[in-house]
Design a protein around this ligand. Structure first.
Ligand code: GUN
Ligand code: ZN
Length: 433
């Protein structure tokens, strides 16, 4: 048994504030303690009461003056898009053709994939993101490289090979049978190894043949704890294209549903243009949405309707969607999420933002029994936020009167500079200084 105690202000979400109300949705200890036993949370509470119960020789790591929160969870990100993030001028379909597919073709080279995977994982941790649901490229070796890099750090990371056997250039195209074999090999080799999980990952309906989607649905049914991860209703030209390809489908969501891909283990990125009825079917299926605000603004895709998702009770997490998204930072992602909600006349309160970034994300990925907050028994993924990271942040935080205001200011002014330490299963994997 290896017991370690961490002191500082401690904050975590215990429920969805949109359901239970803000006051009942979190725990905050200004003078707090987080006790970790062999990589899992043993206790979280006021320092003065927990400290007296610890064996005398328990090491104490002092983060006082800083804020300890659960690790961020990024529910949608593309690791092979590092080298074309911030590409100018196009909306989704042209952006894919002009920038994305040529970049992803480079991942046929395992050495390139390996180098990018190392950078990608380091960048996630530097931003306080301890778990993510990640797209690889069409190449099996891209996912192998990513899993190797995450496994080395003991991260709870879920990823999959992108399935794309039509309407894409040859260098990023697979076949239905080949992709099924790759998926099966990757599941066998990686799913459940350490903290690694697999997600069957059709790129999006226009890039996958009926045969490929049929095999994906069959594989999903065969593996009851594997996820399904794809894109849905992101851009109006994309939606028009899907209508042409599937003229008899009720809507875009129905296309995935026809192939058995609308399940309680399905995560749909974007959902910017969903109609009320589609939200309803998402809720009935207990599927999840990844809300990707920096991407939706960058590609000019539109404004996601979070209050509609809340109304229907759909599970939502936050996604950066790098490289259409413009930042790895979940704090910056919260910032843009707030502004999109504001444009829709909805106030995104800071408790909800931190919920989406932690416990909500864990629920979206079906791993809320393992991570997402500091409930005893959960895996100890957490980070330390330094409120004095920039002069402006430090100055503004001194003028805050409650934890809600502190969290809001952190989400508006914070970024990677505010993440002083990141811990994965109780081990420090990033220290800023
Ligand atoms: N739809 C299909 N592929 C992609 C992608 O790589 N990024 C985004 N944002 N949307 C997609
Ligand atoms: Zn995406």
């Amino acid at each position: 048994m290896s017991l370690v105690a961490y002191t500082g202000a401690v904050f975590h979400m215990t429920d969805d504030p949109a359901v239970v109300g803000a006051e009942a949705s979190f725990q905050y200890e200004a003078d707090g303690m987080l006790v970790i036993d062999d990589g899992t949370v043993q206790a979280c509470g006021p320092r003065t009461s927990l400290a007296t119960k610890l064996p005398e020789d328990t090491p104490v790591v002092d983060h006082s003056g800083n804020l300890i929160i659960p690790g961020f969870i990024d529910t949608h990100i593309h690791f092979p898009q590092l080298d074309m993030i911030a590409s100018f001028g196009e909306q989704l379909l042209d952006w894919l053709e002009r920038y994305t597919f040529p970049e992803e073709a480079k991942f046929a080279d395992p050495a390139h994939a390996g180098e990018c995977a190392e950078f990608f994982i380091t960048e996630l941790l530097r931003n306080g993101t301890t778990s993510a649901l990640v797209y690889g490229t069409v190449h099996k070796q891209s996912v192998e490289a990513l899993f190797e890099a995450a496994y080395k750090r003991n991260m709870r990371l879920i990823a999959g090979k992108a399935l794309m056997d039509r309407n894409v250039p040859e260098g990023v195209r697979d076949t239905a049978a080949g992709s099924d074999k790759d998926n099966r090999d990757l599941i066998k080799r990686w799913h459940g190894k350490g903290r690694i999980g697999y997600a069957i990952t059709p790129r999006f309906a226009p890039a996958c043949s009926d045969e490929q989607l049929t095999l994906a649905g069959k594989l999903l049914a065969e593996h009851p704890d594997v996820l399904m991860h794809t894109h849905l209703s992101e851009n109006t030209s994309e939606i028009d294209w899907v209508k042409k390809l599937y003229p008899t489908a009720k809507d875009y969501l129905d296309v995935y549903d026809r192939f058995g891909l609308l399940t309680d283990r399905s995560v749909f990125a974007h959902c910017v243009h969903l109609e009320g009825e589609e939200f309803q079917r998402m809720a009935e299926a207990d599927a999840a949405i990844s809300y990707c605000p920096t991407s939706n603004l960058f590609l000019g895709s539109g404004l996601f309707n979070l209050s509609e998702a809340e109304k229907y009770g759909v599970t939502v997490g936050l996604g950066t969607d790098v490289g259409a998204g413009t930042s790895f930072s979940i704090l910056e992602t919260m910032n843009e999420a707030y502004k999109i909600c504001h444009l829709r006349g909805h106030r995104l309160d800071p408790f909800k933002s931190f919920y989406l970034a932690t416990l909500g994300g864990a629920k979206a990925l079906n791993i809320a029994d393992k991570i997402g907050n500091f409930e005893p028994g959960k895996e100890a993924d957490f980070l330390v936020i330094d409120g004095s990271a920039t002069p402006l942040l430090e100055r503004r935080l001194k003028n805050c009167s409650g934890v809600d205001e502190t969290l809001f200011v952190l989400s508006m002014l914070g970024d990677d500079r505010a993440i002083s330490h990141t811990y994965v299963a109780g081990e420090c994997v990033h220290s800023r200084d």
